[in-house]
Design a protein around this ligand. Structure first.
Ligand code: ANZ
Ligand code: ZN
Length: 808
């Protein structure tokens, strides 16, 4: 009977369904594993990246189930977001219909791949129940002061007509559509991720060696902690008259270079700059130039050539009281530190370039043999008065202390991370549950009125937010005073939804209707033990979710500090060297592969082609190869005879012993791979080797044992065919943890070194258990030509290692 994937796969998928095979057990005394692959956006169809993501997760989930763990392996859909609206505009189909049709289709596709997901815990983040609890979180966070509104410059994508969070701007472009992002002043809701900056940074230590280093470093840099001195600079008398200000604040991480200041640089948005412009204290031409810079995005300013203008005012050096010129410069960020830099061109590269361009002074204050500028952190201070000769690290401390003692400044910690703006001016999202009342101001919706759902009768044109035009929905009564009021029409950033779905999954589905999390269940299942997903979320989702876990902990909902104990970031799937994508026109449709070869082939290929973290280059020949391997496995296994045979290791031939060794090597490898390295490709290779070695063997008992083990090891990877074969051969549907038999690794014979007068002359192979006398005889024969005519004065035998003959 030839291998027929479609019949076998359909049969086993039905069997698994019937038996609720993959539902998590509700017995919390069992040891658990929570295996989660990042949930998909319902874009329409699944792609190869999904197949890879879920195959890796599924292999782990099936492995842990097999060795006795209670496994939670859920799936859902991240179903709010822009593409649904874009489809609505393009195809005149309602975003809700588009989304839920896609979900239905993709769900079918996912289950056709045999993924062992729980079917009882499927959710979509656009479901009313999900919205209800999400809005509850929003209100709890607002009441706790973790959410606030402000009008600020935001990142705006003209193409998508919406605001973007800082994390969603990649190299100045929109993370979704790639359009250049512009700045726009707008009101919006912000979440205080900054108040968790320290903990988010500190807890990265808990993830060390469990998350890829690259991800940890990216998060560390994004949070961007730096410690330094913030001090007050006083303006000289003349300048005070010009700007009506006495002083300004400066932040430096290099207090040790304080005697090297040659100018002060202010950002284009600094109050002093605005003041000078307002009061026309600058040359009209310069004002025009500054205004041009003000209208540029921070990114544009940074990437342009260094540019600045002298402002005609001076500050007094805090220690020497010398006059220092104050400039405005495009390289100074307005929202970092205090938007002002003490420039030390001798030791800082940016300051150096600027000083060179405008012919400003250089003052060297750290001795070094290198050429300027050297942003070095070693060396002794020079030209620094009483701090001369101190090591610069030491000097940094001493100078901060001096400032603190004289009340001139203080030690501060600055973070680069900014609060998370979550307002989106779009329809297809979770409505922000807030109401604006003329009398009461901003009021939270009442918890008992949740969820506030989207109205469905909207017209989506791509212009403006349809919720703004839907007056019936927008006009409401104030939850506090009952008078006429209006709803907030912005919706939430979809990353708000994806920040807590993992915790919702951990809650018992029987309680989903009534509460967001049932305590026992979430305390048992969380944290996620293995999280698998794309590196593109290194900051974005993975930072937001870590933040949410801590917030939900502090609101009393959850217990742990971190959501994901281990993280595996899978590499991209490429074809012809490029990421598979619709726009490149190089996609391979998983459905086609399943139709032609079956799900098991797709899964085997994906795991065999590359280790999970590496890029995977699509290869049609390798896909064929995977298919042929499964056919061979199928044929070969069906030749294994049933019946009771007892395996006696001693009675196996040399080839058979070798084949058995290969089988057990694969078994050993499987433990290492599933528990530690995830190098499934090496495990598959080991199984292939074992099957090849078995080709030479006739022993029926050995064949039975070998195929029992191989099917067992491969079940997490190619489950359908393995279930089919084990059922046929062994009437077995439950794979068990296997034992490693040491006898297999025991060797029959030994190789010994034979030396004469300490010099190696030959090697001999002897059977284990050979007597010492016999060994000496064999050894002597092997070195005949060196010992003939000589007298052996001593025979030394070191067990299992060597024989040495001393001759005269
Ligand atoms: C003097 C100095 C000398 C500096 C030196 C560096 C090297 P991090 O480490 O990223 O926190 N700085 C301060 N505020 C700034 C702003 N708003 N825009 C641009 N640069 C700003 O960077 C801190 C350093 O960046 C500070 O230390 C300051 O320059 C500059 F050899 O002060 B430093
Ligand atoms: Zn009111």
């Amino acid at each position: 009977m030839a291998y027929n994937a479609s019949i076998i796969e359909k049969k086993w998928q039905e069997n698994w369904d019937k038996d609720n095979y993959f539902e998590p057990k509700k017995d919390f005394s069992l040891k658990k594993k929570y295996i989660l692959s990042m949930f998909p956006y319902p874009s329409g169809r699944i792609h190869m990246g999904h197949v890879r993501n879920y195959t890796i997760g599924d292999a782990l989930a099936r492995y842990y189930r097999k060795i006795g763990f209670n496994v939670l392996h859920p799936i859902g859909f991240d179903s709010f977001g822009m593409p649904a609206e874009n489809a609505a505009i393009k195809h005149k189909i309602h975003p809700k219909k588009w989304t839920y049709d896609n979900i239905a289709y993709m769900q079918k596709e996912l289950f056709s791949l045999g993924f062992s997901f729980s079917k009882k815990r499927i959710l979509a983040t656009s479901d009313p129940l999900y919205t209800k609890f999400e809005q509850e979180f929003f209100i709890k966070m607002f009441e706790k002061g973790l959410i606030y509104t402000k009008e600020a410059n935001v990142n705006w994508c003209e193409h998508d007509q919406t605001v973007l969070a800082n994390e969603q701007v990649e190299e100045g472009k929109c993370w979704r559509c790639g359009n250049e992002v512009i700045q726009k002043k707008m009101p919006g809701y912000y979440i205080k991720i900054t108040s968790y900056a320290n903990e988010l940074l500190k807890d990265l230590e808990k993830l060390k060696d469990k998350w890829p280093n690259q991800v940890l470093t990216m998060q560390e840099n994004w949070i961007g902690k730096s410690e330094g001195l913030e001090f007050t600079l006083f303006l000289d008398e003349e300048s005070v008259k010009k700007v009506n200000k006495k002083d300004l604040q400066v932040f430096t991480t290099r207090a040790d270079t304080i005697y090297g200041i040659s100018y002060i640089a202010l950002s284009v948005e600094h109050d002093i700059v605005k003041d000078l412009i307002k009061n026309s204290k600058l040359d009209a031409k310069i004002i025009d130039q500054i205004k041009i810079m003000q209208n540029q995005s921070p990114r544009e300013r940074q990437s342009n050539e260094k540019e600045g203008y002298f402002l005609g005012i001076y500050a007094l050096h805090p220690l020497t009281k010398e006059k220092i010129p104050i400039w405005v410069a495009n390289f100074v960020l307005s929202d970092y530190g205090s938007g002002a830099v003490m420039a030390v061109p001798a030791h800082d590269e940016r300051d150096f370039e600027f000083a060179k361009k405008y012919n400003l002074e250089f003052k060297e204050v750290i001795s070094s043999k290198e050429k300027l500028p050297f942003a070095q952190k070693v060396g002794k201070l020079i030209n620094s008065d009483k701090f001369n000769d101190l090591d610069c690290n030491e000097a940094r401390e001493e100078i901060i202390k001096e400032f603190e003692k004289n009340n001139l400044g203080k030690r501060v910690i600055n973070f680069k991370i900014r609060d998370w703006g979550v307002s989106r001016q779009r329809y297809w999202g979770t409505p922000i549950p807030m109401v604006k009342c003329n009398d009461c101001g901003l009021v939270c919706e009442k918890i008992e009125n949740l969820p506030i759902l989207l109205p469905e009768d909207v017209e989506i044109t791509g212009e403006g937010n349809p919720l703004d035009r839907h007056l019936e929905w927008k006009n409401c009564s104030c939850p506090k005073c009952g008078k006429k009021a209006t709803r907030e029409s912005d919706t939430l950033d979809t990353f708000f939804e994806s920040s807590w779905y993992y915790a919702r999954f951990a809650s018992d589905e029987d309680t989903w209707q009534n509460k967001v999390f049932d305590e026992k269940s979430v305390n048992y299942w969380l944290s996620v033990d293995e999280y698998i997903g794309g590196i593109e979320h290194a900051i974005l989702h993975l930072l937001y979710a870590r933040f949410f876990q801590k917030v939900l902990r502090d609101l009393g909902y959850l217990k742990n500090d971190e959501p994901f104990l281990k993280l595996l970031t899978q590499g991209m799937v490429l074809k012809d060297g490029f990421k598979m994508s619709k726009s490149k026109g190089n996609v391979v449709d998983p459905d086609e592969i399943i139709k032609k070869y079956g799900a098991d082939t797709a899964r085997l290929f994906i795991l065999f082609a590359a280790p999970p973290a590496k890029e995977l280059e699509w290869n049609d020949d390798a896909l064929e190869g995977a298919y042929r391997f499964i056919c061979k496995l199928y044929d070969r296994a069906l030749n294994v005879e049933s019946g009771n045979y007892i395996l006696k290791h001693e009675e196996l031939s040399k080839e058979e012993k070798y084949a058995r060794l290969k089988v057990y090597e694969a078994l050993k490898k499987s433990e290492e791979v599933y528990n530690k390295t995830y190098a499934f490709n090496t495990l598959i290779a080991a199984c292939m080797e074992a099957i090849n070695a078995l080709n030479q063997c006739k022993n029926k008992a050995l064949e039975q044992e070998a195929f029992y083990i191989i099917l067992n090891i491969l079940e997490p990877i190619i489950p359908h065919v393995c279930f089919e074969l084990s059922d046929k051969l062994f009437k077995c549907r439950n794979f068990k943890k296997l034992e490693i038999k040491e006898e297999v690794f025991r060797k029959d014979s030994l190789v010994l070194i034979v030396s004469v007068n300490g010099k190696k002359r030959s090697e001999i192979e002897v059977l284990i258990n050979t007597s010492q006398d016999e060994i000496l005889n064999i050894a002597k024969k092997s070195v005949q030509k060196w010992i003939q005519d000589k007298v052996i004065v001593k025979e030394i035998y070191i067990k299992d290692k060597l024989v040495n003959l001393v001759i005269k």
